[in-house]
Design a protein around this ligand. Structure first.
Ligand code: AMP
Length: 170
């Protein structure tokens, strides 16, 4: 099965000039969803990952499925103001704008082995902010896994020194 065939490129969303990689067309396909989770999880099985941190919002879907598969817990990183309890914040640059992310201040325990999961690695700003949040809480970051890497945006450069895995490259 060719996963790339199930991803829908949408031009000019959410802004003119952005080619948005829509994974809803992949997730709705039972085999496609399963294969996606298989490919994202396999490298991390048996490594003693304690928690998967998923980035809002498509990182929740993929991250939760990966966490279940590898026997880890799941922690959400959310847009500001969404988490109910005390949270810490990190601001960052996005491919299309500027934003911030938050994590519950008590979400990661010191020394826990953490895997960060998201759908797309674009400029890497979002993921870099997520690594900061995890490390601020004392998490031991094992690595980051993405379904899609947009090679032209060189997101891996922003994550130098990190263990980065991407399933599909565009
Ligand atoms: P970045 O911080 O530039 O690496 O952007 C990554 C975040 O924005 C991820 O959470 C993606 O879901 C989203 N994103 C950025 N660019 C795209 C794109 N071209 N298609 C789909 N999602 C994107």
């Amino acid at each position: 099965m060719d996963l790339k065939q199930h991803i829908r490129p949408v031009p000019d969303f959410p802004k003119t000039g952005i080619l948005f990689y829509d994974i809803t067309t992949l997730l709705r396909d039972p085999q496609g969803f399963k294969m996606t989770v298989d490919l994202l999880s396999t490298p991390y099985a048996g490594l003693g990952i304690d928690v998967v941190v998923g980035i809002e919002s498509r990182g929740f879907i993929l991250g939760a499925a990966v966490a279940q598969r590898i026997g880890a817990g799941f922690i959400p990183i959310r847009k500001p103001g969404k988490l109910p309890a005390k949270a810490i914040k990190e601001t960052y640059d996005l491919e299309y704008g500027k934003d911030a992310l938050e994590i519950h201040a008590d979400a990661v325990e010191r020394g826990q082995r953490v895997l960060i999961v998201d759908d797309v690695l674009a400029t890497g700003g979002t993921a870099a902010a997520a690594t900061q949040l995890v490390r601020k809480l004392g998490g031991e970051l094992h690595g980051l896994a993405f379904l899609i890497e947009l090679l032209a945006l060189k997101g891996k450069a922003k994550l130098s020194g990190e263990n980065v895995y991407t399933v599909l490259q565009f």
